[in-house]
Structure formats: structure tokens, C-alpha cells
Design a protein around this ligand. Structure first.
Ligand code: PAF
Length: 283
């Protein structure tokens, strides 16, 4: 049976109040729908650690800086509910738009520093939209734990910072990126790739892996990056927006993987913008 789909905050609140009264731990998996194995792995992790799990589905207009991207974003609520059946989640919260942004809504949650680089640089305003909606979803669901994929690693760090800074009593749990057999990181945007685009996209993982191996041998990022950029273009990417090595904790740029690091990339294949990141050990 599909989990109940709740559209009103008052109904959600009545449930979560009851669950907390029973001493149950609530986990939340915030999503924008178009669920794939990556999201489902978050639901599974939440279910393994929490008595109650809420999956939220809300295509958040405030985090899209391109109206076409918002219009094209897949909306597949009934399919999403079916996909969640094996994970036995307790509720699917699909808030009516006025539950998130009521008439006169005037507040923005903005995290400084971590949002200035990478996605923040190429998608101005994106992280303000994410931080604002996630703060609301944390407060609305009253969850004790929230599950996010490392696929959006910068988002994960920003959400963690935001929850800490605002004293929202929630543990933000990061879960590993789920990949296709080709290595392509699962993403709702992959649905828009043609077969040719999928083949190009898979090359990104191969090129990034090779770069990680060289970095883990102690080679300098600056000496390796130009060739990796060229390899991405040769593979068929039309534009490499960034390829960067950063500290896994603070996201400061690094010249060498001399502490736990992350390699980040954003590039366009077949008209679709794809991001990915890999962990780099410090040896
Ligand atoms: O990662 C996403 O799908 C979205 O950014 C999130 C966290 C659900 C906020 O809208």
C-alpha cells in the first residue's frame, strides 16, 4: 500500500506530534520528486535508523534560477508514491504551495561563505532557495534526522551549517552517491539525456576517477587539471563550468590532497547540466 500523501501542514503536525509523544524518532528525506535509486537509498537509510520516515516532495521554485529548468523539471507524484512502497515510509508530504510560501512570504535563509563558490557561483540565488525551503521542511516535519545524498555535496554542507547556525534540533546525515553501472551519478536530470548524452555523461566519472588516483599519489591539482578539462571536452562535454579540488570539511580550495578532500565538477552534456563529486583520500 502506498503511504498517505499529506498536503496540509496541520495534518502533518498532528501525526508528528503523536509520533514524538510515543517517543519515536522521525527521519525526513527532502526531495523534489522524480525519485530514483539515489532517493530510495536515502529512504532505506532513514527507515533503518528511525521509527518513522517522512519523504517530502516539493519542486521548489525559489531554487531554480532558470525558468525553463523549473518548467521542465519532471513531476511524477503517483509513480514516486509507488516507488516508495517497498521502503515502508510512513508519510509522503507534498505540501500545497501556500504551505511553503504563503501570501506575503518575505523571509530568506541565506548561508554565507559556503554558498559563494561552485554551484553558488554558477547558479546565483540557488542556495538561498534551498536553505529557505529546507529550513521550512525541517521545522514543519519536526524531524530528528534528515537524509541527504553526497551527490549534492555542497548542498549537504550548507544544510548542515544552516541547521547548526539556527539551532534546529536535527541531525543531518550524508549518504553515498548512487551510480549507474556506467559510473554516472543518479540524478533526476539524467532522464533528459539521449543515449548519446548518457554515453558522454558516463565519461565524466572515468575522467574524474583517473584524476582522483593521481591526486591520491600526491600530484598537484594544478598540474593535472588542464588535461582533465581537455579530456572532458574531447569526451563531448560542451562546457566545463568548474573542476575543483576542495577541502571536504570547509570547501576551501586545495592545491594537493593533503587532507580529506573532494573533487568537484560541473559540465554540460547534450544540453543538460551535470554535477558530480568524488572523495579524495589524503594518503
Ligand atoms: O536536493 C534536492 O532535491 C533539493 O535541493 C531539496 C534538498 C529537496 C530542496 O528543495
Amino acid at each position: 500500500m502506498t503511504a498517505p500523501i499529506l498536503r496540509r501542514l496541520a495534518v502533518l503536525r498532528a501525526l508528528t506530534h503523536e509520533w514524538h509523544k510515543q517517543g519515536e524518532v522521525i527521519g525526513v528525506v527532502p526531495t523534489m520528486g522524480a525519485l530514483h535509486q539515489g532517493h530510495l537509498s536515502l529512504a532505506e537509510a532513514a527507515k533503518a535508523a528511525c521509527e518513522r520516515v517522512i519523504v517530502t516532495i516539493f519542486v521548489n521554485p525559489k531554487q531554480f534560477n532558470n525558468p525553463e529548468d523549473l518548467a521542465n523539471y519532471p513531476r511524477t507524484e503517483q509513480d514516486d508514491a509507488k516507488k516508495l512502497v517497498p521502503y515502508d515510509v510512513d508519510a509522503i508530504y507534498v505540501p500545497a504551495p501556500d504551505e511553503i510560501y504563503p501570501e506575503g512570504f518575505a523571509t530568506t535563509v541565506s548561508v554565507s561563505g559556503l554558498t559563494d563558490v561552485m554551484e553558488g557561483e554558477f547558479r546565483p540565488g540557488h542556495f538561498d532557495g534551498v536553505a529557505t525551503v529546507v529550513a521550512k521542511l525541517f521545522l514543519q516535519t519536526q524531524a530528528d534526522r534528515a537524509y541527504f545524498g553526497e551527490k549534492d555535496y555542497q548542498q549537504l554542507m550548507i544544510v548542515r551549517r544552516m541547521a547548526r547556525d539556527l539551532d534546529i534540533p536535527i541531525e543531518v546525515v550524508g549518504c553515498p552517491t548512487i551510480r549507474e553501472a556506467s559510473g554516472l551519478a543518479m540524478s533526476s536530470r539524467n532522464q533528459r539525456l539521449s543515449n548519446k548524452g548518457l554515453a558522454i555523461a558516463a565519461e565524466k566519472h572515468r575522467i574524474m576517477r583517473a584524476l582522483v588516483q593521481a591526486l591520491e599519489k600526491g600530484e598537484a591539482f594544478g598540474a593535472l587539471a588542464p588535461q582533465a578539462q581537455a579530456d572532458l571536452l574531447t569526451a563531448g562535454f560542451s562546457n566545463v563550468e568548474y573542476l575543483q579540488l576542495r577541502c571536504a570539511e570547509t570547501l576551501e580550495p586545495l592545491t594537493h590532497a593533503n587532507r580529506p578532500a573532494r573533487l568537484f565538477a560541473a559540465a554540460w552534456a547534450d544540453g543538460v547540466r551535470l554535477i558530480d563529486n568524488l572523495s579524495v583520500s589524503s594518503g
